[in-house]
Design a protein around this ligand. Structure first.
Ligand code: SF4
Length: 294
């Protein structure tokens, strides 16, 4: 099987206690069956500590989060107690792999590092050259167009890059559309609402940002967003995928224009949309009521 990875994949490492938005907070942490079986067999005291912090539901096993939604094994200094006590091999699949993702596009595997992680965002934005990928088996470098050719997908040249739209009605319709997604937390709802309130008076800020932003970075972002969803080309059609990537990049453009801090706007969008399969599906279907289409 051929696996494709983005150019920066091998540079990824977890920031651990240097991370401002640990993925060990605020997320449900599912435990895969093999690891759950291992945890059941471990001797005390570690085994007992693990078993008393597992919740079992019809969906499977997960860690019992603390009242402030932290992993019970995340220490106050943001290091993982399990790794410190027993090494990385004790981690469940999701903790071992996150934020790496792997999806299948036909018989080609597409991997990457997800943008809900600030280190992944940093790596994506670290270069202003066209985004490239490589084959994991022989190291061959690939442009985004060559990745598409390998998968057998054709995208018109005008949909391979991102051009921002500074019109208030377009940006308003995007914010309205994102408001239809299931919110990851109250902060997202409140931040989206304040963006919508400010938007009518933000024409100057959008125009200013359009004069300052780096189109090369936004093209990397747009193509990377699109790349992750190429597995859905058969289900939704390529036009829906490019609409989704455009809408997402446009939202990030608007949020960065009004709030600054492009990396953080990307990370927030990713945890709200990209890491919620229901929200991705909602934005990929045509049943959403907003009228925004590029
Ligand atoms: S979000 Fe990224 S850098 Fe932060 S703890 Fe998770 S994997 Fe590490």
């Amino acid at each position: 099987m051929i696996t494709i990875l983005p150019e920066f994949y091998d540079d990824f490492y977890c920031l651990a206690d240097g991370c401002h938005h640990s993925c060990c907070k605020g997320w449900e942490i599912g435990i895969d069956p093999d690891t759950a079986e291992l945890y059941q067999s471990l001797p005390d005291p570690l085994g007992e500590q693990l078993r008393s912090n597992i919740i079992t539901s019809p969906e499977g096993n997960s860690f019992r989060l603390t009242a402030d939604e932290r992993c019970p094994f995340l220490r106050q200094d943001s290091l993982c107690q399990l790794i410190l006590d027993a090494g990385e091999d004790i981690l469940c699949d999701i903790c071992t792999n996150h934020p790496r993702f792997f999806v299948m596009a036909g018989d080609i595997e597409l991997g990457g590092a997800g943008l809900s992680c600030e280190k992944s965002v940093e790596l994506l934005l670290a270069a202003d050259t066209p985004l490239t990928f490589f084959r994991d088996d022989d190291g061959t470098a690939l442009t985004f167009t060559q990745v598409l050719q390998l998968i057998g997908i054709i995208i018109p040249p005008n949909k391979l890059s991102f051009i921002p739209d500074i019109s208030i009605p377009v940006n308003r319709s995007i914010l309205d559309r994102l408001a239809e997604t299931e919110a990851i937390n109250e902060q997202w709802t409140s931040d989206l609402s304040s963006l919508r309130d400010e938007l009518p008076l933000s024409a100057d800020r959008l125009k200013k940002y359009a004069g300052e932003y780096d189109p090369r970075l936004f093209n990397r972002l747009y193509q990377y967003i699109l790349y992750r969803q190429l597995c859905y080309a058969d289900d939704f059609g390529i036009d829906r995928l490019t609409d989704y990537a455009c809408l997402s990049a446009q939202y990030i453009f608007c949020a960065a224009a009004l709030r600054g801090d492009l990396p953080e706007q990307i990370r927030r969008w990713s945890e709200q949309i990209e890491y919620c399969p229901e929200n991705v599906e909602l934005l990929l279907t045509e049943t959403v009521s907003a009228s925004y289409h590029l």
